[in-house]
Design a protein around this ligand. Structure first.
Ligand code: G1P
Length: 267
């Protein structure tokens, strides 16, 4: 439930999905994560209190954070990696293609990204089995991401021939890093089951995607546009930067915060 500026990160991710047309969201959570369920639930006591105290601005904010989506929850009982977490959604997805959004990434300032819509369009028109969002990262950062091996690039769409999870810069097939959003056809579940656990006993989703490509199925990547950068919340330096950037862009408090920040930096 880590917040960035005014909202918890999960709220941004859910809002982004809803803005891109997703109407059913399954959270795959784990032990001690019930705060996520509480966050998306209604809070009649708080509503009553705010109404009684005439806090209309806060009430308005609460209404705005209500999502036009149905939310479901399930738990991954053991930390067996991202691939295993996706398997927890198998019954939920059924026979339908589905979007995966990782909770450590916000796309676009204040989650204003439309990349998932673009990915859905590419998935449908190119009859892909998988479409993944990618962004270019500096060479020394490939070891933090899944990296795609491009076969062909046409505008923002990359045909992927292989993928490697967290390669050293010298082994990286490109600098195009998986950016935390994926669309899969349900065929991926069988392939995840075929993946062998890595040294940490985790089932990597990237390895299942690799099998997809190996089988000759169409795996495509869509490059994030320059104005929709990915904010990585998974490590402290970029979490701090994201917080400051979002706070500076806050319509109500941004200008004042900028002044304060200038004072703090020049002191
Ligand atoms: C996961 C994926 C990786 C992807 C990254 C994006 O790694 O395994 O391929 O590039 O998310 O956030 P994690 O950050 O969970 O180690």
């Amino acid at each position: 439930m880590l917040p960035v500026a005014r909202k918890p990160i999960v709220q941004y991710v859910a809002e982004e999905l809803v803005a891109n047309g997703v109407r059913d969201i399954l959270f795959v959570t784990g032990r001690n994560k019930s705060s996520i369920e509480n966050h998306f639930d209604s809070d009649p006591e708080l509503t009553r209190l705010l109404t009684a105290n005439n806090k209309t601005d806060l009430l308005h904010e609460m209404e705005e954070s209500d999502l036009a989506a149905q939310i479901f929850y399930t738990r991954q009982r053991q930390q067996r990696g991202l691939g295993d977490a996706i398997l927890c959604g198998e019954n939920f997805a059924g026979e339908q293609p589905f979007v995966v959004a990782l909770g450590d990434s916000i796309l676009g300032l204040h989650a204003q990204s439309r990349s998932v819509s673009r990915m859905i369009e590419v998935f449908e028109t190119k009859r892909a089995s998988c479409v993944v969002a990618v962004e270019e990262v500096p060479a020394d950062e490939t070891k933090h991401y899944g990296i795609v091996h491009p076969a062909e690039i046409e505008d923002d769409v990359v045909r992927v021939q292989d993928l490697v999870e967290k390669p050293d810069p010298k082994d990286a097939p490109s600098r195009l890093a998986i950016a935390g959003r994926y669309i899969f056809s349900p065929i991926i579940f069988d392939l995840i089951r075929r993946v062998k656990p890595d040294k940490r006993n985790e089932i990597q989703l990237t390895d299942a995607m690799r099998l997809l490509a190996e089988e000759g199925r169409r795996v495509l990547a869509v490059k994030l546009p320059p104005n929709e950068k990915r904010y990585d919340i998974g490590n402290f330096p970029s979490y701090f930067e994201t917080f400051v950037e979002f706070a500076l862009a806050d319509p109500l408090y941004g200008a004042e915060f900028k002044k304060k920040l200038r004072e703090m930096v020049t002191d």
